[in-house]
Design a protein around this ligand. Sequence first.
Ligand SMILES: O=c1ccn([C@H]2C[C@H](O)[C@@H](CO)O2)c(=O)[nH]1
Ligand SMILES: [Zn+2]
Length: 159
Amino acid sequence: MSTRSSIEPLSKEELKTLATKAIDAKEYAYCPYSNFRVGACVLLSDGTYHTGANVEVASTPVGICAERCAIAPIVASLKRPAMPTLRAIAVATDISPPASPCGMCRQFINEFATTKDLPIYMYGKDGIDQGGDGNGVVMMTIGELLPMSFGPNDMDRNR
Ligand SMILES: O=c1ccn([C@H]2C[C@H](O)[C@@H](CO)O2)c(=O)[nH]1
Ligand SMILES: [Zn+2]
């Protein structure tokens, strides 16, 4: 998506739902090779939530991360350009501080983000508990996670 526009901030309720769904999605991870569970959830501008989990295969580079697992079916099942925009993504792992999306997923998220300000919330072993040792949720935007990105706009600039 090449249009850049601002997105509506999440309400407390929406963020809690997004986080809970990402954390719950870890249960669906198929990760017998790494035993590293990852869950993801995307909130769209139409109010729908879409989850994913990492899926590994014996030929280990072939597996897919939770983030791309959540996003690809959205893109493949909704009509563009009217496709709802991404409002936020949550990623949940069992480590603390939480893991952040890999480079491949950052590029994938960037492709479908309509703003550099798309928030990515990362949850670790403390789940949605933001208190305790301060190692709870981490939030960064896709612009922060992938600075000076190469994306759809750059392809347009070459036409
Ligand atoms: O943000 C991340 C980081 C890792 N993984 C997966 C890939 C692999 O299945 C396992 C270990 O790298 O975790 C994700 O799904 N998302
Ligand atoms: Zn990834």
